[in-house]
Design a protein around this ligand. Sequence first.
Ligand code: HEC
Ligand code: HEC
Length: 321
Amino acid sequence: MTLPRLALILTAALTAGCLRLRPASTAVVERTPARIERGAYLANGIGGCLHCHSSPEENSFGFPPRPGTAGAGGLCWDPSLGFPGTLCATNLTADVETGLGGWTDGEILRAIREGVGRHDTGLFPIMPYRAYASFSDEDAMAIVAYLRTLPPVRNAVPARQINFPVSLFIRRAPRPLEGPVAEPNRADPIAYGRYLGKSCEHCHSPVNGRGQLIAGREFSGGQELKLPGGSRVVSSNLTPHATGLASWTPDQFIARFHGYRAAAEHPVAVQKGQNTLMPWLPLSTLTENDLGALYAYLRTLPALDNRVIAFPAAPEAKTEH
Ligand code: HEC
Ligand code: HEC
């Protein structure tokens, strides 16, 4: 459903040359209450993990998971979305046969930040592992600790089938981490906002004809994303330009996200052509502090001129609900 930016993936894979991966670490993640709490916050919020790894209600605003499916997988991409094959978000619950129950902690850590599956397969980059590569070691372990607490749900999703030659490129796409990833300085709003903002950049930046992010245009929006049913939604300009967020106050920014908390609790019907891939529902769970940090960071970006029509099929539509 979201962003099969194939050209980007293909170019990245081609320049990567050969399959570069390293064995999963033998790390064992200690499941402390603090870690589980932090992991729950990240996996249900900025990471959007359980939201994408679910079977969503397509006619409700923001694609909320159907009851009981959050984390259990089921969302699929297929040729009707321009995808070269079939790919489904997998089951992350503790079920041994259909979920992560049989995986080691090291294997899960490697999948999240390096894009390598259990059997050394390259994961398709719809799974945003390139963004998650910037998660600190501690935050990545927190997510694993939390995933281990998800009650097992038996749900086998259809096997991945990717057509040649994309299948070949995907095998070569993973990127190993270069070393330990330190904790961000959470006391510094701009530094922490930059850290959190890694999860926004891949959607909110324009891409060139080959699908690569255009250097110097980061966060200026304009990337077109395809939704089921054939409609499109275009990502907004988040830079402090008049065509972006220049006029937004920090309070307005925070309130916009928190305004979707109700829709996350109780799904809201949406008109055809006006649903959005902006992860409003998971992001509505972010704290005032973290949204404030994101805002502070976005204010430091160069103001880039790019007027975006987010809903080309309904130019006046806004996702205010
Ligand atoms: C936009 C949707 C999306 C988001 C958001 C997302 N994933 Fe994924 N994830 C996928 C898809 C699709 C796959 C399957 C990729 C493949 O098989 O090539 C996947 C694969 C995985 C795998 C490998 C599982 C397996 O059985 O092979 C793990 C582990 C995983 N994701 C964890 C996470 C975590 C943790 C997060 C949040 C930090 C996350 N994902 C966020 C879509 C997503
Ligand atoms: C999967 C792609 C995707 C991701 C990830 C994403 N966004 Fe968006 N975002 C969109 C799209 C598409 C729109 C336009 C449609 C809409 O408003 O719902 C949008 C709209 C917005 C808007 C509304 C702007 C306006 O002018 O009304 C804000 C603010 C925003 N995003 C902030 C963020 C932040 C902050 C993050 C990261 C924490 C983020 N987005 C992550 C796709 C994404």
